[in-house]
Design a binder for this molecule. Structure first.
Ligand code: V0V
Length: 143
Protein backbone atom coordinates (compact mmCIF):
# COMPACT_ATOMS: atom_id res chain seq x y z
CA UNK A 1 0.00 0.00 0.00
CA UNK A 2 3.01 2.32 0.02
CA UNK A 3 2.99 4.28 -3.25
CA UNK A 4 6.04 6.51 -2.71
CA UNK A 5 8.56 7.78 -0.22
CA UNK A 6 6.78 11.04 0.51
CA UNK A 7 9.32 12.82 2.69
CA UNK A 8 12.06 12.55 5.24
CA UNK A 9 11.71 14.81 8.30
CA UNK A 10 14.55 16.58 10.06
CA UNK A 11 14.15 18.20 13.48
CA UNK A 12 15.74 21.65 13.57
CA UNK A 13 15.92 24.29 16.27
CA UNK A 14 15.53 27.25 13.87
CA UNK A 15 13.43 26.85 10.71
CA UNK A 16 14.70 29.91 8.84
CA UNK A 17 18.33 29.03 9.51
CA UNK A 18 17.73 25.45 8.34
CA UNK A 19 16.00 26.60 5.14
CA UNK A 20 18.94 28.92 4.41
CA UNK A 21 21.40 26.09 5.08
CA UNK A 22 19.71 23.69 2.66
CA UNK A 23 19.36 26.38 0.01
CA UNK A 24 22.93 27.55 0.28
CA UNK A 25 24.67 24.18 0.42
CA UNK A 26 22.35 21.85 -1.49
CA UNK A 27 20.32 24.22 -3.70
CA UNK A 28 16.98 22.97 -2.33
CA UNK A 29 13.94 25.23 -2.71
CA UNK A 30 10.94 25.75 -0.46
CA UNK A 31 7.84 24.10 -1.89
CA UNK A 32 5.57 24.85 1.07
CA UNK A 33 5.61 26.29 4.56
CA UNK A 34 3.05 26.17 7.35
CA UNK A 35 2.37 26.14 11.07
CA UNK A 36 0.62 23.05 12.49
CA UNK A 37 -0.57 24.04 15.97
CA UNK A 38 -1.85 20.59 16.87
CA UNK A 39 1.56 19.01 16.13
CA UNK A 40 3.38 21.96 17.69
CA UNK A 41 5.53 22.62 14.63
CA UNK A 42 6.51 25.28 12.18
CA UNK A 43 7.59 23.40 9.12
CA UNK A 44 8.81 23.68 5.55
CA UNK A 45 8.80 21.20 2.66
CA UNK A 46 11.88 21.42 0.45
CA UNK A 47 12.60 19.90 -2.95
CA UNK A 48 15.31 19.77 -5.56
CA UNK A 49 14.82 22.33 -8.35
CA UNK A 50 12.78 21.10 -11.33
CA UNK A 51 11.26 18.12 -9.52
CA UNK A 52 7.83 19.59 -8.65
CA UNK A 53 5.15 16.89 -8.66
CA UNK A 54 7.52 13.93 -8.66
CA UNK A 55 9.77 14.74 -5.76
CA UNK A 56 10.50 13.12 -2.44
CA UNK A 57 10.59 16.08 -0.11
CA UNK A 58 12.69 17.05 2.84
CA UNK A 59 10.56 18.29 5.74
CA UNK A 60 12.21 20.67 8.17
CA UNK A 61 10.43 20.65 11.55
CA UNK A 62 10.97 23.32 14.17
CA UNK A 63 9.17 23.21 17.55
CA UNK A 64 6.56 25.76 18.60
CA UNK A 65 6.76 24.51 22.19
CA UNK A 66 9.27 22.60 24.30
CA UNK A 67 6.71 19.92 25.18
CA UNK A 68 5.89 19.16 21.53
CA UNK A 69 7.13 16.00 19.78
CA UNK A 70 9.89 17.96 18.03
CA UNK A 71 10.76 19.93 21.17
CA UNK A 72 11.23 16.68 23.09
CA UNK A 73 13.17 15.07 20.25
CA UNK A 74 15.58 18.02 20.11
CA UNK A 75 16.08 17.96 23.87
CA UNK A 76 16.81 14.24 23.86
CA UNK A 77 18.61 13.61 20.56
CA UNK A 78 19.52 17.02 19.20
CA UNK A 79 18.92 18.11 15.59
CA UNK A 80 18.73 15.34 12.99
CA UNK A 81 16.56 12.80 11.16
CA UNK A 82 13.29 12.41 13.03
CA UNK A 83 10.93 10.56 10.68
CA UNK A 84 10.47 8.69 7.40
CA UNK A 85 7.12 9.21 5.68
CA UNK A 86 5.53 6.74 3.29
CA UNK A 87 2.76 7.96 0.99
CA UNK A 88 -0.34 5.78 1.01
CA UNK A 89 -3.62 6.05 -0.86
CA UNK A 90 -5.76 5.29 2.22
CA UNK A 91 -4.22 6.02 5.61
CA UNK A 92 -7.07 4.37 7.54
CA UNK A 93 -6.73 1.13 5.60
CA UNK A 94 -2.94 1.22 5.93
CA UNK A 95 -3.16 1.82 9.70
CA UNK A 96 -5.71 -0.99 10.11
CA UNK A 97 -3.55 -3.43 8.13
CA UNK A 98 -0.45 -2.61 10.21
CA UNK A 99 -2.41 -2.85 13.47
CA UNK A 100 -3.65 -6.26 12.41
CA UNK A 101 0.02 -7.24 11.95
CA UNK A 102 0.70 -6.24 15.56
CA UNK A 103 2.34 -2.86 15.06
CA UNK A 104 1.39 0.03 17.34
CA UNK A 105 -0.07 3.07 15.60
CA UNK A 106 0.21 6.32 17.54
CA UNK A 107 -3.28 7.63 16.76
CA UNK A 108 -6.66 5.95 16.95
CA UNK A 109 -7.80 8.23 14.11
CA UNK A 110 -5.64 9.91 11.46
CA UNK A 111 -4.73 13.55 12.16
CA UNK A 112 -4.23 16.52 9.91
CA UNK A 113 -0.76 16.77 8.33
CA UNK A 114 0.96 19.09 5.88
CA UNK A 115 -1.24 20.62 3.18
CA UNK A 116 -4.38 18.99 4.59
CA UNK A 117 -2.98 15.50 4.22
CA UNK A 118 -4.12 12.84 6.71
CA UNK A 119 -1.38 11.21 8.78
CA UNK A 120 -0.73 8.50 11.31
CA UNK A 121 2.52 7.09 12.71
CA UNK A 122 3.96 3.68 13.52
CA UNK A 123 5.70 3.66 16.90
CA UNK A 124 9.48 3.77 16.34
CA UNK A 125 9.97 0.82 18.70
CA UNK A 126 7.84 -1.29 16.34
CA UNK A 127 9.61 -0.13 13.18
CA UNK A 128 13.28 -0.79 13.73
CA UNK A 129 13.91 2.45 15.61
CA UNK A 130 12.43 4.62 12.86
CA UNK A 131 9.38 6.85 13.38
CA UNK A 132 7.38 5.90 10.27
CA UNK A 133 4.67 8.30 9.15
CA UNK A 134 1.85 7.24 6.84
CA UNK A 135 0.60 10.15 4.76
CA UNK A 136 -2.48 10.25 2.57
CA UNK A 137 -2.24 13.39 0.42
CA UNK A 138 -5.23 15.73 0.14
CA UNK A 139 -7.49 14.91 -2.78
CA UNK A 140 -6.54 18.07 -4.68
CA UNK A 141 -3.15 16.51 -5.31
CA UNK A 142 -1.14 18.95 -3.17
CA UNK A 143 1.49 17.30 -1.05
C1 V0V B 1 11.30 8.92 20.18
N1 V0V B 1 12.00 7.81 19.95
C2 V0V B 1 12.34 7.78 18.66
C3 V0V B 1 11.81 8.96 18.11
N2 V0V B 1 11.17 9.64 19.07
N3 V0V B 1 13.02 6.88 17.93
C4 V0V B 1 13.20 7.16 16.62
N4 V0V B 1 12.73 8.29 16.02
C5 V0V B 1 12.03 9.20 16.73
N5 V0V B 1 11.57 10.30 16.15
C6 V0V B 1 12.36 6.78 20.91
C7 V0V B 1 12.90 7.36 22.20
O1 V0V B 1 14.28 7.57 22.08
C8 V0V B 1 12.55 6.28 23.20
O2 V0V B 1 13.51 5.26 23.14
C9 V0V B 1 11.25 5.74 22.68
O3 V0V B 1 11.19 6.08 21.28
C10 V0V B 1 10.02 6.32 23.35
O4 V0V B 1 10.20 7.68 23.37
P1 V0V B 1 9.59 8.55 24.56
O5 V0V B 1 10.62 9.47 25.01
O6 V0V B 1 8.91 7.70 25.54
O7 V0V B 1 8.44 9.25 23.83
P2 V0V B 1 8.34 10.67 23.30
O8 V0V B 1 7.57 11.46 24.29
O9 V0V B 1 9.67 11.19 22.86
O10 V0V B 1 7.44 10.45 22.02
C11 V0V B 1 7.86 9.74 20.94
C12 V0V B 1 6.70 9.73 19.92
C13 V0V B 1 6.34 11.19 19.63
C14 V0V B 1 7.22 9.01 18.68
C15 V0V B 1 5.54 8.97 20.53
O11 V0V B 1 7.45 11.89 19.09
C16 V0V B 1 5.19 11.34 18.70
O12 V0V B 1 4.02 11.27 19.11
N6 V0V B 1 5.44 11.53 17.37
C17 V0V B 1 4.41 11.65 16.37
C18 V0V B 1 4.10 13.06 16.05
C19 V0V B 1 5.27 13.85 15.51
O13 V0V B 1 6.39 13.35 15.43
N7 V0V B 1 4.98 15.14 15.18
C20 V0V B 1 5.98 16.06 14.68
C21 V0V B 1 5.99 16.02 13.23
P3 V0V B 1 14.27 4.73 24.43
O14 V0V B 1 15.04 5.89 24.96
O15 V0V B 1 13.14 4.29 25.33
O16 V0V B 1 15.10 3.59 23.92
S1 V0V B 1 4.50 16.69 12.52
C22 V0V B 1 4.44 16.11 10.91
O17 V0V B 1 5.28 15.17 10.60
C23 V0V B 1 3.57 16.64 10.00
C24 V0V B 1 2.66 17.73 10.33
C25 V0V B 1 3.49 16.07 8.62
O18 V0V B 1 4.39 15.31 8.22
O19 V0V B 1 2.55 16.37 7.89
Amino acid sequence: FVTAIDHVGIAVPDLDAAIAFHREHFGLEVAHEEVNEEQGVREAMLRAPGTAGTETQIQLLAPLREDSAIGKFLAKSGPGLQQLAYRVSDVDAAAAALRAQGLRLLYEEAKRGTSNSRVNFVHPKDAGGVLVELVEPARDGAH
